[in-house]
Design a protein. Sequence first.
Lengths: 173, 98, 348
Amino acid sequence: MTYIMLLLLMGMIMGLVFVASNPSPYFGALGLVAVASVGCGILVNYGGSFLSLVLFLIYLGGMLVVFAYSAALAADPFPEGLGNWFVKLLVVVYMMGITSFSFLFSGKWHEFSWVPVDEISEFSVFRGDVGGVALMYSFGGIFLIIGAWVLLLALFVVLELTRGFNSGAFRAI
Amino acid sequence: MTPVHFAFSSAFMLSLSGLAFYRTHLLSAFLCLEGMMLSLFIAISLWALQLDTTGFLTSPVLLLAFSACEASAGLALLVATARTHGTDRLQNLNLFQC
Amino acid sequence: MSPYTLTIMIFGIGLGTTITLMSSHWLLAWMGLEINTLAMLPLMSQHNHPRAVQATTKYFLTQATAAAMLLFASTTNAWITGEWAIQQMTSLIPLTMITMPLTLKIGLAPMHSWLPEVLQGLDLNTGLIMSTWQKLAPFALLLQIQANNPTLLITLGLLSTLVGGWGGMNQTQLRKILAYSSIAHLGWMMLILPFSPSLTLITFITYIIMTCSTFMIFEINKATNINMLATSWAKAPTLTSLTPLVLLSLGGLPPLTGFMPKWLILQELTKQELTTTATFVAMTALLSLYFYLRLSYAMTLTMAPNNLPGTIPWRLQFKSFSMPLATTTMASITLLPIMPAMSTLLKL
């Protein structure tokens, strides 16, 4: 499990290095999809399978569809992927930065447990994260109301921001 | 600093520097913002899972809801910018120089 | 914007700030800040103008980044100390890290450069909300974390007063001048924050009163740059004669309200044996005073060349004098005599 965890954590960092190093939006969205799925793997290794499911659904099912749609809006005639020298340079710079920081902070990493001790998970029907998320509907009532309110508010904000433009591209009909 | 702590901290810092040094597309800046929220989601849920505080596990879901709202507002702004400025390139956001 | 939507957005702004003010948990404070930012966006871009949309985009980028950094710093604090409460930021690294997004949110000096551009893209009413109400929530968080790092805060404060004074010098746009004035005032507040937080609060309250008054005066004159101020005597002569007092009160001249916080801050800094800092910050206040004085000069002390129809408007009935304008103008001119009460309150 430790090796899988190591691979997943490195994959998350690599993916974000790619997202951060200035590629075209297509490739950036692709990198973010990769990072989100790797994050799902990290959460599963930590025993949070329900949270991982939620993350997977939100990022891959919802958000990235929207981003893929919007990437058409921000289309480049010559998309810049890893073949571009500038992106390559930034990737190299970020990798060097991360490596030096890891040397700075990597004291006694072999002493830590990389995955939590989760002994009874094979015998338990009731996972901790399922129960924890379900608490939102009983004890966290005010939080639930705030969350619902902010979703409604975001709906109004989006409608109001994109409304009533009668000039430029993407006119309202 | 545990390895997991280092991993999500560096993930966050990478997205932050990507956002700060971005010069081309507005959409990619929003992607970096999403990367920040993703690393925060992983950080908070791993904190709660590691300490076994199940009651705190509602907060990653709320964080995800709020970051979805933020992303939708960002995309709406992208559409609005594309309507008023014609493109989403960041060098067109230059109306206030003086 | 439809009045229903406007109601929802105003309610959202109020709700966000209120949630942040009443929260003791970092996650809830972050939620309040996010609601606040989200509800502010449609108000900023309500005119669908390219400048407004651009200002909205810049505001959204900075505020979302600052909110994410805030949550990251508090998550780091939770990983180090296992504590999410706002008043329990005991670890030094997250405490320093969290000062940065908060100063980015209110627009202090190293992270200030979004504020003049955003404010320049708004109309004056929204600019009033932006430079007063939107600063409340991050400011309350700054007061609560008990940032006990005087070197950092003094550096930020000095830099802000310097940049605020210097940046406003060559501006002719009123909203940019007001943005730089906001940066300078926030610098004064940061300067005194590690020594006397209640004094910071008093400075903030007087800043809000004076800024409200200034924005409403400019709104009545429909003035967005210095030249447009020159004809204001034709619209409202009494207000024109009061405006230099308000502006000099922002600059901090003695018989006016704005002198009170500066006086108390300089006194407190001297008590803490920071006389060099006090001298320096008093010098940088001169830079700000220069452009306030230039505004007053263009507005009142010179007679602008006008054609005959341009002198007419004072004869017309002028309806939009409002109670808030009168109250804040009077308060920003004449509140200095309550300074003994203020300094007594500070000792409680």
